[in-house]
Ligand binder design. Structure first.
Ligand code: FES
Length: 107
């Protein structure tokens, strides 16, 4: 389903996020970790680990997952699911890249 244009928030240019790294975006009360994968896909998660609130934007990207910087929980960037044997889920946000600009859907 196509979403209305006004849901998309311009974040930054793709070049401002180095490959395999992330940046933190604060919008209202939300802190969002925006990840650039090695193949230039962009993924976005709530910047808070479900274990003890670790800042996921400071974690290490491993494939399509991020490893929490505090206790190494593995969280899938696509759906926010925590890998077993740990349990939990992180809110995800849709992203898109248009003309080299990264957009985030806050819905
Ligand atoms: S706070 Fe993320 S693994 Fe503990």
């Amino acid at each position: 389903m196509t979403k209305a244009t006004e849901n998309w928030i311009e974040i930054c240019s793709l070049d401002e996020i180095p490959p395999s790294q992330a940046r933190t975006v604060n919008i209202g009360n939300a802190s969002i970790a925006v990840f650039r994968l090695s193949d230039d896909r962009i993924k976005a998660l709530e910047n808070r680990c479900p274990h003890k609130n670790g800042p996921l934007a400071e974690g290490i990207i491993s494939g399509d997952d991020v490893l929490c910087p505090l206790h190494n929980w593995r969280i899938h960037l696509e759906d926010g699911q925590v890998a077993a044997p740990d349990q939990g889920c992180v809110k995800t946000y849709s992203t898109k890249i248009e003309h080299g600009i990264v957009f985030l859907d806050l819905e």
